[in-house]
Design a protein around this ligand. Structure first.
Ligand code: PMP
Ligand code: GLN
Length: 382
């Protein structure tokens, strides 16, 4: 039987590759982004209570009403956005599902989707499976700022969607108010949808404000705003996320979601509803919680030959390793794992065309102090 792959560019993700290599070599794994500390105890209690209360069957296709209501209240509280819990919010199996559903809901074969490189790895395969083409626009290789003129230049009559991500994985860069004004001007009068990946929305530092698309009604009118509880509640393995979009867009989104997963793990939805409603301090204090980790890690890194870049948000620290090695990044991170016992993620897999000579690696600081101390003790020997 003849089999021709539909996804010729896809192999095993760099996150899996590096986590496996870390395990093989007993390295401290600061590669794949996941916390190594526990979830809030209250969340586990709520999950347990939900299961014992019998919430173990299919949730409604759009998500448990109490959770959609809690998300709507959070959107109002955090971003001043009036979001209808019944017609504009859909709970999904992680942000990954929401991204896939949004693309498939509105992008047709032969159309184009603009992505900003370095871009999170699940974007392009979903675009490819829709028969569309990802058009890559590079961010500034040092600051990871968007060059809006380049975005303007990339737009064609076939452009159906633009994808943004702030705080940004892998760089931590954040879009500012000026960026969103530029974006609004570019999209005005077009039929281009916006996908805003905001999974790190609560992990922002130094008093900066997360510019959610939900703050900008003109942009929100054409947007799928996507987030994930995996980041906010330290439970990347639970895979519950959501998409907020205007009713007409949500209706199309739900057509895909309905036959992709239909619903997501019910007990967790009850648990997140309780957490959002009863313990808003958790997401309100998340920035400060991670800022302390960022600052501590940065201070430690300054004693090594790795040069830490500024981190406005998210839980990744980029380091310039050019004082240590001239190897290309994928070779460097393998060498670092095997020879020095610390695992990082290279940036080149996030690019269509990696910037020549870029010598950056991504380290995750969503870790216990002891984990980072162990990594730093090894990095000091570089
Ligand atoms: N987008 C970005 C930028 C991410 O970093 C991640 C996960 N790390 C996702 C989407 C996927 O989120 P989830 O695990 O909820 O599917
Ligand atoms: N989002 C995580 C990261 O950027 C990885 C998720 C995955 O392994 N697919 O590290």
């Amino acid at each position: 039987m003849h089999l021709e792959t539909k996804l010729p560019k896809v192999g095993t993700t760099i996150f899996t590759v590096m986590s496996q290599l870390a395990a093989e070599h007993g390295a401290v794994n600061l590669g794949q982004g996941f916390p190594d500390f526990p979830v809030p105890p209250r969340l586990v209690d709520e999950l347990d209570a939900a299961m014992r209360a019998g919430h173990n069957q299919y949730a409604p296709m759009t998500g448990v009403p109490a959770l959609r209501q809690a998300i709507a209240e959070k959107a109002l509280r955090c971003y001043g956005a009036q979001v209808n819990a019944d017609t504009e919010i859909t709970v999904t199996s992680g942000a990954t599902e929401a991204i896939f559903d949004a693309i498939h809901a509105v992008v047709r074969a032969g159309e184009e989707v603009i992505v900003l490189d370095p871009a999170y790895d699940c974007y392009e395969p979903a675009i490819d499976l829709a028969g569309a083409t990802a058009v890559h626009v590079a961010l500034d290789p040092q600051t990871f700022a968007v060059d809006w003129q380049k975005v303007r230049d990339a737009i064609t009559p076939r452009t159906r969607m633009l994808m943004i991500n702030s705080p940004h994985n892998p760089s931590g860069a954040m879009l500012g108010e000026d960026d969103l004004r530029e974006l609004a001007a570019i999209l005005q009068g077009t039929d281009i949808f916006l996908l805003s990946d905001e999974v790190y929305e609560h992990i922002v530092f130094d008093g900066r404000r997360h510019e959610s698309i939900l703050r900008y009604p003109e942009l929100a009118a054409r947007a799928f705003v996507i987030s994930s509880f995996g980041k906010t509640y330290h439970c990347t393995g639970w895979k519950i996320g959501y998409a907020i979009a205007p009713p007409a867009l949500s209706a199309e989104f739900r057509k895909v979601h309905q036959y992709n997963t239909f619903t997501s793990f019910s007990p967790a939805q009850y648990a997140f509803a309780a957490m959002i409603r009863d313990e808003p301090e958790h997401y309100e204090q998340l920035g400060a919680f991670y800022q302390a980790k960022r600052d501590r890690f940065r201070e430690q890194l300054l004693a090594t030959k790795l040069k830490p870049l500024p981190v406005p948000g998210g839980y990744f620290q980029l380091v310039d390793y050019s004082a240590v090695s001239d190897l290309p990044d994928t070779e460097f991170v393998k060498w670092l794992t095997i020879e020095h016992g610390v695992t990082a993620i290279p940036l080149s897999p996030f690019y269509e065309t990696p910037p020549p000579g870029q010598r950056l690696a991504r380290l995750c600081f969503a870790k216990n102090d002891a984990t980072m101390d162990a990594a730093v003790a090894r990095l000091l020997k570089l």
